[in-house]
Design a protein around this ligand. Sequence first.
Ligand code: FBP
Length: 693
Amino acid sequence: MKPSSRIDIETLLNHSKTERAIADINKETIERRAFLPKKCKVFSERFTVLQDQPEYRFTIDQEAEKVLPGIIDNRVQKIVPGTQADEQELYFKKRNIGIVFSGGPAPGGHNVIAGIFDAAKTANPDSRIYGFILGPEGILENAYVEITESLVDAYRNLGGFTMIKTGRTKIDSRKKMDLSRATCKALNLDALMIVGGDDSNTNAAFLAQELKADGIQVIGIPKTIDGDIQVKTEDGEVLCAISFGFHTAARAFAQNISNLCTDAGSDIKYWHICKVMGRVASHLALETTLQTHANLTLIGEDLADYVDQDRLREAEKRGEIDYTAYGMTLRHLSRLICDTIVKRAACGKNYGVMIIPEGVLEFINEIQIFIIKLSTIIAEFNEVHDVDFHASFPSLDARLDYLRRLARGISDREASPMWNLRDDELFNDLPSFFQEGLLVERDTHGNFQFSQVKTEKIVMDMVTDYLDILREKGLYKVGINADAYRTAMEREGLDAGAFGGAIFKNYGSADYLLVKETIISLKTLTQAVVGAGLIEEGQALPEVVVDIFKKSVPKFKTQTHFYGYDGRGSDPTKFDCNYTYNLGLTAFSLIANGATGQMAVIKNLEHKFCKWEPLGIPISSLMHLEERKGKLALVIEKSIVDVNSNAFRVVTALRQKWMAAEPGEDCYRRPGPVRFTGISEEDRPITLMLNSI
Ligand code: FBP
């Protein structure tokens, strides 16, 4: 195009087609905002009340009884239609409600706000809803925004926590409790809703206890893509099958991973190593593998249960018990991964897709011990000294030096039974990027930040090293398609049978031919062919034979991917849109009926929508003592993958099939994109559906 015929930029930008095409708000967003989530039947009633459900029982922790006396007697409460006129007054009263997001974003958070906003304004249009800005920090600093209809409408069914942002501040000191009380009073709050994970709901319970005397109610909402807030009664009845955001994140990861499966199977040259979020529990990895049928998926909880039977048997022969055979080591894990890679390569598939959960190292004995020890050392240091460990030792060298001094017990003050010379020696054997990762700053709750560690690099470096050894031993080879081999040889007028017998260990008996283990170079190949009398000493190998040999020598090429923040920021699935809106409605019913210290949940998520049942669950009954920052603390117990669950058993039963280490097609599944309309098998998490069978 001649420059003179070009449309000028102003006209181009103002052109209606340009404006439509690049507008900030597109049709998808407009449709999403207009989508009306379904409401559980009880929420169509004019008002609701709470009904105690004493049949749902929990084992109560003694420490919780001691420190949470004001909320420890709470019962599970079902939201039921209200009928009595005298109950109406409380329900329809004008209230001020504060809401805060806490921890990592999870798709659906805006609908929790939409749910509480709609319910509160319907009950009393004079009620006011405030959103604290940047998470719990906003409560401490009294930084808030009043939530209005137009604000809610702008974010309905949209992902992220962008409306009021989030943060990881913990309200864990007297001063912070007092500041929180002051903010609640300044805003004249009747209730505070905390949308968060296990640690934030723990916080909600302590705040509920603290603010009870002030008449301020505190309600928790189970949020986290990790899916590790699940609630079962002591009889095993599921009251909350999953936290919100899990379904969307898993679907978003699955779509990307499925695309990689398609690419891997087309280009057949890469192993795609996909790390997926989930700080500790492997729920997201489990769901993603069910959705995609990736060739290999590690499930942390499975590795923790691992018993090396071979090692046990060998020790038994010596009349000993090998305790190191229980649990997985990094070395052994890398061997298991190599096994899959080698088996697939043997049938011509030197490519594949592997899913590694972010928190897998938590389940590797040797690493878990380091994590616990180092967390304790850092917490002790921070408590004893005025300055923070990471500020005092800003470089890795300085941190290692401190550990070395601890191990040697240079001064009494620093001597710690936590770190001995053996620990120091083992730690120094680790690559420096991994040492750095293990020494990373803990989060505000004292949790190890797995997202900051290059887990996949640690595992894959060991895998690559071991594959090199296997390659040298002639045990890692790419299988050659027998028909292709014969065609190529015949085209060159060579005797496929004679050469086949000399070169391959399984010629004539397999669809994919494996070069003999002794042939690991052109030199050893020549020796084998000369030895079989197919060429003379000093004569060059036929070119086609060289080509075939080269094809059998595997290159191990990887591409690594991290799926986490992207899925956390995805727009919610229809499941999460409906789930979170109803959580907001449930929270309002709990507030409007005077509850405090309860977590809003929806029972029967694993079933059809018509069976969903809104409940309030006493947070105090979910708590137990756990090691945090080197000390025992009362927290909500995380739910990890149950290796006896249906979902896990299905994955185990189909592992070999999905590994597809045999000639023929892979079994990849295409879950498709995150949707909020239409019907599909992915209407709810597959894990939930399987576990409900
Ligand atoms: P929450 O438990 O707060 O919901 O966060 C979960 C998570 O997304 C984990 O999967 C991940 O390990 C972590 O947050 C990442 O934290 P950060 O956002 O601080 O990097």
